[in-house]
Design a protein around this ligand. Sequence first.
Ligand SMILES: Cc1cc2nc3c(=O)[nH]c(=O)nc-3n(C[C@H](O)[C@H](O)[C@H](O)COP(=O)(O)OP(=O)(O)OC[C@H]3O[C@@H](n4cnc5c(N)ncnc54)[C@H](O)[C@@H]3O)c2cc1C
Length: 312
Amino acid sequence: MTRRGLGAFVGLRGVLVRDAPLARYTSWRAGGPADLLFRPADRNDLAAFVRQLPADVALHVLGLGSNTLVRDGGVRGAVVVMHDPGAALAVADGLIYAEAGAASPKVARLAARLGCEGAAFLAGVPGTVGGALAMNAGCYGGETWNHVARVEVLGRDGRFAVRTPADYAIGYRSVRRADGSPSDGIFTAAWFAFAAGDATKARARIKELLAKRIASQPLSLPNAGSVFRNPEGDHAARLIEAAGLKGHAIGGARVSEMHANFIVNPGGRARASDIEALIGHVRLTVKARFGIDLEPEVRIVGDAARPVEAGR
Ligand SMILES: Cc1cc2nc3c(=O)[nH]c(=O)nc-3n(C[C@H](O)[C@H](O)[C@H](O)COP(=O)(O)OP(=O)(O)OC[C@H]3O[C@@H](n4cnc5c(N)ncnc54)[C@H](O)[C@@H]3O)c2cc1C
């Protein structure tokens, strides 16, 4: 894809960067550049960008990159970074309205302030609302889509649509269109419904869950949370630990000693290829030992090596 092929854009208010390093946009702090990166000023700016992006240019979405491994060769096409510290969060008709670029913990804190219970699980999920919708993020008995009343999505045609949970087949860390059509858009906002409760209890629950995380997860080192989905009836962390893999390292990437389902990148020295090789090694070792094929929960995107192209 030539620079010209990525499109010429007019009237955008957000930040548009070519050959933009992505490591800083992922919690693993690894990976190569995007051909084109766009940080929209707001949802209308995003729509303007999508409408102008040539139809044959791939479009990828990143929230806070806390569940994503970008390969070292980077991402061909355009990457939209949705995280926006100024994203709207409001109360509308008894629901919490959150733009997709808002950080999920903010939803938990607003819900607690409003005296709603059931949102505390989001307090420790370090991604965006859009990422939580795309992944059906969950923990400690809570799941994102259990609380979604409706969502707004932006299609590749640059048009917004409002959908309800009935439009999706929702499962464990999985969200697909119910009619089997391919996922067709960017989540731009959600309306959440949480049960009325007690603000003091809700705040206490947030504190309790954050304390549990601090005690059990390597939060001071770059990581992407749980690398593998839990297999039916078991825990990936238990299997990885039982396979003797805690502390196992490839290049700069290491299986956390604190939580075996986390791969950490101390000092940000790992290449994405180290992390991916370690994911592969863990998978093969657990399969050989227990006959269980662990499925990655993290999304792996991009090219292994940056191709050298004429004309760049
Ligand atoms: C320390 C730590 C703890 C974690 N704990 C948990 C946990 O308890 N439970 C849990 O479920 N996850 C957990 N995670 C993983 C991660 O935080 C969640 O999956 C989170 O919801 C991802 O949000 P994000 O914005 O970072 O997504 P990204 O990593 O940026 O993207 C993830 C996927 O969602 C897609 N996506 C992102 N935004 C949008 C959008 N607006 N529209 C359409 N698609 C979009 C991306 O294309 C990608 O496929 C943890 C991660 C870390 C680092």
